[in-house]
Write a protein that binds this ligand. Structure first.
Ligand SMILES: Nc1ncnc2c1ncn2[C@@H]1O[C@H](COP(=O)(O)OP(=O)(O)OP(=O)(O)O)[C@@H](O)[C@H]1O
Ligand SMILES: [Mg+2]
Length: 347
């Protein structure tokens, strides 16, 4: 079975072609046309600019891919959540291709796709034994902890009450004048400060840690907050008299320690309460090596397995849309002209 997929929820114009035969996955094409260079000058994504860039990008990457849509079985497309004007470009392109080539169209939830990105590189997950699992999406727009009882069965048990964790990385990078997107830059600087001792902050009271607050870390539920942490970084930075490279690295190290402490604490508490077998991380922030390391150390101690997508599948891509299409192919429809982009789609 071949699934062609389109992703345009934010600032990546992406297409992919996935082949699945007898449970074996082959990613035949996975092309991403990133708009980061365009948005960097604004310090964040400008929705109108993103939509225009999608219009310019899709036909060249389709041509470059040499994918023959005649030979595919399904077309899968992200229809939410995301930026409405960006989503609309992908959805209308998918509807057009589906009509012209008479292929059934599968509507995809982007957040579910971040979860299924794990299935692209871990074949052992294709089993009912995977569940119950904890599916955690940490991205630019979401910080969600789901109890996943089976394929397609999600219960949201933890959410951010304000900023998403990726958003916090991006805003702190802006405060420290580091550029966009903030996640990769901050994590590199944190590592530089930390040296090779990746798990140093597991030792309580690290004297080099600036001890930023860990909001809501010890509340009874699994909700989180990152806005106060960002503000604490802002106030301390405003009072700072002398900036050195080492000082900036220390801010990044301390901010990241707070993020990783809160996230791993909440995830592990939830995993214990719901007695899950596996923890699956997904979304742009799941690229963070420190988060991966600390989560794995804590989960290993409890005999819970951790899964992370390959780095190339952590940010937005269409291969994850295609694999999600595979699991949702029962929703495929021909002539699905009524499919509309939904910016606030929930999982
Ligand atoms: N190594 C990293 N460490 C921490 N954060 C990272 C890292 N790499 C990327 N990020 C963050 O990941 C985010 C982008 O992730 P992603 O593309 O999944 O978000 P999005 O698609 O914009 O949001 P959503 O998936 O919620 O719709 C950015 O906020 C970026 O700073
Ligand atoms: Mg995303």
């Amino acid at each position: 079975m071949k699934i062609f997929a389109i992703e345009s929820s934010c600032d990546e114009s992406a297409i992919a072609l996935l082949e699945i035969e007898k449970g074996k996955i082959k990613i035949l094409k996975n092309i991403i046309s990133s708009q980061i260079n365009i948005h960097q000058q604004y310090g964040g994504i400008v929705p109108e600019v993103a939509a225009r860039a999608h219009c310019e990008n899709f036909f060249p990457i389709l041509k470059e891919s040499k994918i023959n849509i005649k030979n595919v079985d399904y077309i899968a497309v992200t229809y939410g959540p995301g930026l409405i004007t960006s989503l609309m470009i992908g959805v209308e392109l998918a509807k057009t291709l589906s009509y012209v080539y008479k292929k059934p169209l599968i509507p995809i939830n982007h957040i579910e796709a971040h979860i299924y990105s794990n299935w692209l590189s871990h074949p052992e997950l294709f089993s009912k034994k995977t569940f119950p699992a904890l599916a955690v999406v940490v991205s630019g727009g979401h910080t969600n902890i789901f109890l996943m009882k089976n394929y397609g069965k999600y219960q949201l048990i933890g959410n951010t009450v304000d900023d998403a964790v990726g958003e916090a990385y991006d805003k702190v990078a802006k405060i420290l004048n580091l550029g966009y997107p903030g996640g990769p830059i901050i994590s590199k600087k944190a590592e530089r400060y930390q040296g090779l001792d990746l798990s140093s902050h597991l030792k309580k009271g690290d004297k080099d840690d600036l001890n930023f607050p860990r909001p809501m870390m010890h509340t009874k539920n699994f909700d989180m907050s990152f806005s106060g942490l960002k503000t604490a970084v802002l106030y301390k930075a405003q009072a700072e008299k002398k900036w050195t490279e080492q000082k900036i690295n220390q801010y990044c190290f301390s901010f990241q320690n707070a993020v990783v402490d809160v996230l791993t604490h909440k995830i592990i508490k939830a995993a214990q309460k719901y007695k899950v077998k596996n923890i699956l991380l997904g979304g742009g922030v799941s690229a963070n090596q420190e988060l991966r390391n600390i989560l794995k150390i804590k989960a290993d101690q409890l005999g819970i397995k951790t899964y992370f997508p390959e780095l190339k599948h952590t940010g937005d891509n269409a291969a994850m849309i295609a694999i999600t299409g595979y699991f949702n192919r029962a929703n495929a429809k021909k002539n699905n002209f009524s499919l509309m982009a939904d910016a606030n789609l929930k999982l």
